[in-house]
Ligand binder design. Sequence first.
Ligand code: BES
Ligand code: ZN
Ligand code: ZN
Length: 461
Amino acid sequence: MPKTNYFADSATSSIPLSLVPEDQAQAWLVAQGAAAQTWAKAQGWTGQLGKALVVTDTGEPIFAAIGMGVEQERHKKRFGAVSAIASLPSAVFNLLEDNIQTANEFALGFALSKYRYTRYASQAAHAAELICPVGVDKANINAIISGEFLTRDLINTPANDMGPSELEEEVRKLAKKHKATISVITGDALLKQNLPMIHAVGRASARAPRLIDMKWGDSGPSLTLVGKGVCFDTGGLNIKPGSSMGLMKKDMGGAAHVLGLAQMIMATNLKLRLRVLIPAVENAIGNSAFRPQDILTSRKGLTVEINNTDAEGRLVLADTLALADETPPDLMICIATLTGAARVAVGPDIAPYFTDDAGLSHVVATAAQNVSDPVWQLPLHAPYETMIEPGIADLDNAPKGGFAGAITAALFLKRFVSDTQKFIHFDCYGWQPSSAPARPKGGVGQGTRALFQAIPEVLKL
Ligand code: BES
Ligand code: ZN
Ligand code: ZN
């Protein structure tokens, strides 16, 4: 379970730390006096983005600065300033920054960049610590960090230790921590409870499929989060080639995202009624596996022709969304590592989303900009509906040709949600391919910070 505080206490003795844009570096150095200028010259420091200047006296650091570069560069390199912490000595730094937006962003990036996945081997994170200036909303940042680290930990855990039952256990731990309630429908009970597609996708695995349902909060507007929890995606009988299967422990990334977001919401005690639904399955190969050309009847009654067992995410989500839709919330959010096509479209950094609600889209996109958590709307292009209609069943889970794969997957999901429901679906990647500022290589949350920022506005909290 993540910690609750990622910052040093203001009573601790510390080294002053300034954030200095490149065009102000000279003036800043002059104000600090001759020693700073000598040090800067010796270290070639001119306020470059992410470059640290540490001024010492007889070996002891006395003050420090981190270059903020120029504005254009800052846009190019999200959280670029925090790469400096790798070269800071192990000490407590007191952030001197009057601009609260800048201070907030730096503090967030600083804490995010200290993430390491340590379950199987110890990994040293940077030892520098930070005291935030007054005005920084530490409670808010701590909640965001704890949610994001939960997301990262869940994604990074390999499938042998993060199957459907272990994912359930993680939700139970989270529920216990926040006094939420949880109920789970497992194995053949999925059939009795009319969740046939979750059962069909998960039944070939030795590890029983399940639907996890967590509820928290007793007043305010209602929010339902649905997250794809495919603990490992072999592709099923339409087996994935090794190169594509290699990363598929992260196919429960949607679940990891909604749990991270739930942690942010519960830790800050937002006044809303939260429901989290996770279909947790393993898309395995076995003698009871579902097959190409099978026709499944979904919870909603729509029939689905299976044309690729690797398009399993939309199947488990379809039954879950139908269930979610039976108790319509004020806002429904779905997050899933749903298609390779989404990656081709926007690459690993950006979380594409789909919604018919222009107002909702605007709030989410604006929040994303504000918190440096990039998202991009893709269209629910209605004329492509014909692509998901095979003829002998209501729906096709894998249209031939693969044109607009992320859009057809989103259109498929939408068939299971009422037209009147405020609904947004994110097709996220959940993986940082190589280390970047604030994001070490591995599991990463995408769009959850944006959503956390947007939700109070959308639900008028
Ligand atoms: N889990 C994958 C999607 C995926 C692949 C996400 C790679 C991120 C990285 C999903 O279950 C899948 O395999 N989708 C297929 C659908 C196709 C068969 C219609 C895809 O995208 O290729
Ligand atoms: Zn798949
Ligand atoms: Zn999948």
